[in-house]
Ligand binder design. Structure first.
Ligand code: ZN
Length: 272
């Protein structure tokens, strides 16, 4: 019985964290092109910071085009989900001092924030559009909901294992440690929510490339923002934008492969 409970928990954990969409197969030419683009981006040192006003105008100009396209895209993809909220507030986070862009829920409403430093660091509209569209990908892929489920499943599995071994220990006359259950549940939650984040990143790129393209931008040019040689941590020691969005060739190859799919008029494919 115990075994059955544990393995069904494990299956729940695994099914909760998969992607909704099929990630594109990386063809030979996308892989080769991604490799040379990545090397090129890694040696890029001549980037200029634009003014506050230029960055803000660029953000407004891009958001005006991306928002309506992304909202329609989201509504079509989540039509079967009752009451799914696609009406995202897209705004500049004026307070943050770090370069960052993120999707989250604020008072249960979906929001995408881009900080002023990241906007000032971006070199063209395509970069702003791709990162914004990528964040919509996290909404449409329901990654926050899935990571919560996954964290819960992870916590339950580790918590159950500890409770089981504690019960065994207690029945054998060994002292019981109630704190260990809580500690292991936290540990399980943290491990669960970090696992598979790379597939969510690639799914957001897959969705984001389509949204950026449909909004009239070049997703391949935009995705190069992710390929820059940057530290994974900020000066304060937190994960930087490149820490949560590790630059790699696979990301560029995915965007190139999606672009090739769009050219060939191949639609987005759901798993099942
Ligand atoms: Zn992301």
């Amino acid at each position: 019985m115990k075994k059955f409970l544990l393995s069904s928990g494990l299956m729940f954990g695994l099914s909760a964290c998969g992607t909704t969409y099929v990630l594109p197969d990386i063809d030979e030419s996308s892989a080769t092109r991604a490799k040379s683009m990545f090397v090129e981006a890694q040696t890029e040192t001549s980037r200029k910071t634009v003014s506050h006003a230029t960055a803000e105008r660029r953000f407004q100009r891009v958001a005006r085009r991306v928002e309506p396209v992304a909202e329609k895209f989201c509504e079509a993809e989540t039509a079967s989900l009752n009451g799914f909220d696609c009406d995202v507030q897209v705004a500049i986070d004026l307070k943050a001092k770090e370069r960052n862009a993120y999707f989250t829920y604020a008072k249960d409403r979906p929001v995408i924030f881009m900080t002023m430093p990241i906007l000032q660091d971006m070199q063209n509209d395509d970069e702003v559009a791709f990162v914004m569209s990528h964040e919509y990908g996290h909404l449409i892929g329901r990654h926050i909901q899935k990571q919560k489920q996954q964290a819960m499943a992870g916590a339950l599995i580790l918590g159950a294992l500890t409770a089981y071994s504690n019960a065994q220990a207690a029945s054998a006359g060994v002292s019981y440690d109630p704190d260990a259950v809580g500690r292991n549940m936290e540990l399980g939650a943290a491990a669960g929510s970090r696992a598979y984040s790379q597939s969510y990143e690639l799914e957001s790129d897959t969705l984001g490339a389509r949204i950026a393209k449909a909004s009239g931008y070049d997703p391949v040019k935009g995705a190069q923002y992710f390929a820059r040689p940057e530290d994974a941590r900020t000066e304060a020691g937190n994960l930087s934008f490149w820490g949560t969005h590790p630059p790699d060739e696979k990301r560029l190859a995915t965007v190139l492969a999606v672009s090739a799919q769009i050219e060939a008029k191949q639609g987005l494919q759901r798993k099942q």
